[in-house]
Design a protein around this ligand. Structure first.
Ligand SMILES: *Cc1c(COP(=O)(O)O)cnc(C)c1O
Length: 362
């Protein structure tokens, strides 16, 4: 396979080649059933085994802490922005949000449609170029939860440490960095992620939550928007995105083969280190957007001296086989998304291209 692009897409994003090839091998005839996994009943034993395996594999990678359940939902992380307040932000309560950037703001917007919110910490005054200080959050007695975005995909910031919220459940949108490193699930009431960045293809949203939280849905909520519906039915109340769940299971197997989360973290640090070093060693030709201690290992954002030069960078990079290096339309600049599945060699090639570009335009 020599025609694979250097894929730095932000999402949907690169998947491990091994996973794609394995899926290809069993695409038409899934393990002797005479049909694709996409063509079989989600109530049959074959699919259900895959579904349950994906959930238990995910918990196992996180150390199998007791009292947590995995849900496979639809509607993306964006639907979770609404479902979280719909289920937990009941009358008389308020919900705390850590205002760290574009995705946090989208979550806040939805919560405000449902109930009372407060900003627990913010880095808005720093234009979100660092993560907010969450060292000592002051939480009101009626706080339903605190919501944090572990990695801001657009700005390129990432939390290194999570706040201690005591008995108030901490909920994290981990869409763009779930399973990029080990983390202590027990710190969280709930974490969730759209799969299309670090877990698999689009179409499934993974929720991992404390079982008791998943029993709290207010009685007036429509069936499909209630966590208890999905928890009580093992995410099989309605037809799940079966192919996406199958792919998530395959990606999880691949993560195990990389040495689990410790192995993945080591690789991610090497990858991000290589790229940030190239930026920092360019004598100001490339400028990292984010403060040192807040830099993301998943989304590396950087700028050139002018928008014109950035346009040229995107154009020439595309001609050289690189995909997805244009920054998000809302912030401009350049961004290399280097999720788990992006190979070290892609970053090595990018760093070489950057050096070459600087020599011809610097
Ligand atoms: C991509 C992304 C989302 C949106 O995910 P959808 O599945 O498209 O709804 C939310 N939060 C973060 C941090 C993201 O990176």
């Amino acid at each position: 396979m020599s025609n694979r692009a250097y894929n730095f897409n932000a999402g949907p994003a690169a998947l491990p080649l091994e996973v794609l090839e394995r899926a290809q091998a069993e695409f038409v005839d899934f393990r002797g059933t005479g049909m694709s996994i996409m063509e079989m009943s989600h109530r049959g034993a074959v699919y259900e085994a895959v579904h349950n395996e994906a959930a238990s594999r995910l918990l196992k990678l996180l150390g199998s802490p007791s009292g947590y359940q995995v849900l496979f939902l639809q509607g993306g992380a964006s639907t979770q922005f609404a479902m979280i307040p719909m289920n937990f932000l009941t009358a008389g309560k308020t919900a705390g949000y850590v205002k760290s950037g574009s995705w946090a703001n989208k979550a806040i917007k939805e919560a405000k449609l449902i109930g009372e919110t407060f900003i627990a910490a913010s880095s808005e005054e720093n234009k979100y170029m660092s993560v907010p200080d969450v060292g000592s959050l002051k939480l009101p007695d009626n706080a339903a939860y605190v919501h944090i975005t572990s990695n801001e995909t657009i700005e390129g910031t990432q939390f290194r440490k999570f706040p201690d919220t005591g008995s108030v459940p901490l909920i994290a949108d981990m869409s763009s960095d779930i399973l990029c490193r080990p983390f202590d699930l027990k710190q969280f009431g709930m974490v969730y992620a759209g799969a299309q960045k670090n877990l698999g293809p689009s179409g499934v949203t993974v929720v991992i939550a404390r079982e008791e939280l998943l029993r709290e849905s207010p009685k007036h909520l429509p069936t499909m928007f209630r966590y208890d519906t999905h928890a009580e039915n093992n995410s099989l109340y309605n037809t799940p995105p079966s192919f996406s769940v199958y792919m998530v299971n395959e990606v999880l197997k691949w993560i195990e083969e990389q040495g689990g989360l410790q192995g993945i973290e080591q690789k991610n640090e090497q990858k991000a280190g290589l790229l940030y070093e190239a930026i920092d060693a360019s004598g100001g030709f490339y400028r990292g957007c984010v403060e040192q201690g807040s830099r993301s290992t998943m989304n590396v954002t950087f700028r050139l001296a002018s928008e014109e030069l950035e346009k040229l960078f995107v154009k020439e990079s595309e001609q050289a086989g690189f995909v997805g290096l244009k920054g998000h339309r809302s912030v401009g600049g350049l961004r290399a998304s280097i999720y788990n599945a992006v190979p070290y060699d892609s970053i090595k090639a990018l760093v070489e291209f950057m050096d070459h570009f600087q020599k011809s335009h610097g």
